[in-house]
Design a protein around this ligand. Structure first.
Ligand SMILES: *[C@@H]1O[C@H](CO)[C@@H](O)[C@H](O)[C@H]1NC(C)=O
Ligand SMILES: *[C@@H]1O[C@H](CO)[C@@H](O)[C@H](O)[C@H]1NC(C)=O
Ligand SMILES: *[C@@H]1O[C@H](CO)[C@@H](O)[C@H](O)[C@H]1NC(C)=O
Ligand SMILES: *[C@@H]1O[C@H](CO)[C@@H](O)[C@H](O)[C@H]1NC(C)=O
Length: 410
């Protein structure tokens, strides 16, 4: 089978709003085995803490306030505006980054109970973070990472059951999130209500901007933008994301399948073949998580039809290939690292048997290579990596965590 060109979008999958209850980590230890497990659990917990601080402290030393640390050279990237944006023509000369890793670390600082560092970070961000920059950013990436980082940290910081806030938190993260959300809105001003994939934070949609976007680009905005509306009382964010999602859903085929790329001006599909990996993945994830977060039946109905379509047309045993949305016929047998979110989603849905069998295959691939290859082909059950790198994706870890919580390793 031929390999299609790699998608423009990596469709990173984020953990949002879920699994944030500290009680989920509490396991009673009445029996001997339990107490041995308890020792191991404490050991692993300390290991996670050490790994977090190793990454965080070195980012703060070598890269902050730039966006990301390059650990081998101890230098940095400014990935907020570099994400897929090879031409950096719109970045000011003296641009110092947006402290993206710090924003993404806020919720971890809360979960680890580090008040002082959280307060220091919030103070720095509220004094220095500025979204009024002449930078072309990817709406999807900026939404899941920056808006998602700000909104989820705000929710955790103000969660009275966690009792984290010591008094100095004054909604600074929400104020930043609202400013950013407003800069997203011009992207949605299209004849179809489907948003442009790229937006300039200062100037809005650029002249001659590409009209091509992906299913995940249009369909993975509702969690962050919906939460922003609920928190600020300003309905514009949720409305824009919901209109886009409804429009996208209206473009499904009679088989309840969607394609991978589309045009936001004409509302026509560009790539009719799709699967559950790159370019589509988080569309499914957000439908179901939106149902959990907002409790709206509409999301559940869309999700249910979409999920059944996937199980019917993409599934082959424990694997998921790609298929043409119009005919349901298999197109590509390429698999991507991003697909590893699927068993986690299946756990949330309650389809544990399917989750278990799909998860097992991903773990086999992981064990064979030590990581999941970014892209691989499957030929008679033999895996052939075609893109041999692993950008620290969290999908398999999150699926494993959910599956473990659901089965306790049974
Ligand atoms: C970047 O940092 C330098 C040195 O601190 C400062 O002079 C400059 O104003 C900063 N640039 C921006 C765009 O904030
Ligand atoms: C919080 O984080 C900072 C920076 O890594 C560290 O110096 C400090 O010890 C941490 N505090 C706690 C209570 O873990
Ligand atoms: C937009 O693209 C058209 C066609 O390529 C070109 O003629 C025009 O100059 C471009 N406009 C700008 C502002 O770049
Ligand atoms: C998962 O699959 C394995 C192998 O088929 C089986 O032994 C195990 O019982 C399954 N677990 C669940 C929770 O279905």
């Amino acid at each position: 089978m031929p390999l299609p060109s790699p998608g423009r979008f990596s469709g990173t999958w984020v953990v949002l709003f879920l699994a944030i209850s500290p009680s989920i980590f509490h396991i009673s230890s009445s029996r001997y085995l339990d107490s041995r497990f308890e020792v191991k659990r404490r050991h692993l917990r300390e290991k996670v803490r050490d790994m977090f601080y190793h990454a965080y402290d070195n980012y703060m030393i070598y890269a902050f306030p730039h966006d990301e640390l390059k650990p081998l050279t101890r230098t940095f990237t400014d990935s907020l505006s570099e994400l897929g944006n090879l031409k950096l023509e719109h970045l000011p000369q003296d641009y110092n980054g947006s402290a993206l890793t710090l924003i993404e670390s806020l919720s971890s600082l809360i979960i680890l109970g580090n008040h002082t560092e959280f307060e220091r970070a919030v103070f720095w961000l509220s004094e220095n973070l500025n979204f009024d920059v002449d930078a072309r950013v990817n709406l999807f990436e900026c939404n899941i990472r920056v808006l998602g980082g700000l909104v989820s940290a705000h929710i955790l910081a103000t969660d009275s059951t966690i009792r984290f806030v010591q008094g100095s938190y004054m909604n600074q993260l929400l104020i930043l999130a609202k400013d950013l959300g407003q800069r997203f809105l011009p992207a949605f001003e299209t004849p179809t209500s489907l948003p442009y994939a790229w937006i300039n934070l200062k100037h809005g949609v650029m002249v001659n901007e590409t009209t091509e976007t992906s299913t995940s680009g249009c369909g993975s905005l509702i969690l962050e933008m919906g939460a922003l509306s609920r928190l600020t009382g300003d309905p514009r964010f949720e409305s824009a994301a919901l209109r886009a999602l409804r429009r996208l859903w209206s473009m499904r085929s009679s088989l309840n399948l969607l394609g991978t790329t589309l045009d936001v001006e004409t509302g026509e599909w560009i790539e009719y073949s799709s699967g559950i990996g790159a370019g589509v993945d988080s569309f499914y994830e957000y439908l179901y998580k939106a149902h959990i977060l907002f409790g709206k039946e509409e999301y559940w109905r869309m999700f249910q039809s979409a999920y059944l379509g996937v199980q019917k047309y993409f599934r082959y045993g424990p694997w998921y290939h790609e298929a043409d949305m119009r005919t349901g016929k298999a197109t590509y047998w390429q698999l991507t690292s991003l697909q590893a979110f699927w068993p986690g989603l299946q756990v949330l849905v309650g389809d544990i048997t399917a989750a278990n069998s799909s998860h097992r295959e991903f773990v086999h691939v992981w064990k064979k290579y030590g990581v999941l290859p970014e892209r691989y082909l499957l030929d008679h059950q033999i895996v052939h990596p075609t893109e041999k790198y692993y950008p620290l994706r969290p999908e398999l870890a999150e699926s494993t965590f959910y599956l473990y919580q659901a089965t306790k390793g049974l």
